[in-house]
Write a protein that binds this ligand. Structure first.
Ligand code: THU
Length: 132
């Protein structure tokens, strides 16, 4: 179980990660921190491109960072944005769900830190179970 302190700490890591954002077009830096079962934290930030559609969201960068470091057991993901209260876009919700329906998604709403299992943010979703 994640404590409030754990959640705050992960959110602070996401804030730090946002400093690495490459977002000259939107000027909307996003930072993400992923926590894995073995208590490791992997960071990500959004990376934009002059060909706008190639932009990669911070969530996907952070998850790929965890995966290629051999940490697939994701417990939680925190999202920070400098300019607003960002929660994962639809594509990123699908991407998070791939690695577990119970992953806690931590973000700010009405100036408060909240967390919800990804399953709650993505009801009736398409998953690998549907491919069986
Ligand atoms: N962005 C993310 O990094 N994550 C999201 O879930 C929503 C949007 C980025 C993409 C783009 O660089 C900027 O925020 C504005 O859309």
């Amino acid at each position: 179980m994640l404590t409030e302190k754990d959640k705050k700490k992960l959110y602070q890591c996401a804030k730090k990660a946002s400093k690495f954002s490459y977002s000259p077009y939107s000027r909307f830096p996003v930072g993400v921190a992923v926590l894995t079962k073995n208590k490791k934290i992997y960071l990500g930030a959004n990376v934009e491109n002059a060909s706008y559609g190639l932009t990669i969201c911070a969530e996907r960068v952070a998850i790929c960072n965890a995966i290629i470091n051999n940490s697939k057991d994701i417990i939680a993901i925190a999202i920070f944005s400098e300019k607003g209260e960002s929660s994962p876009c639809g594509a990123c919700r699908q991407f998070i769900l791939e690695f577990g329906k119970d992953i806690e998604v931590i973000f700010k709403r009405n100036n408060k830190l909240i967390s919800k299992p990804i399953d709650n943010l993505m009801p009736n979703s398409f998953t690998k179970e549907d491919l069986k």
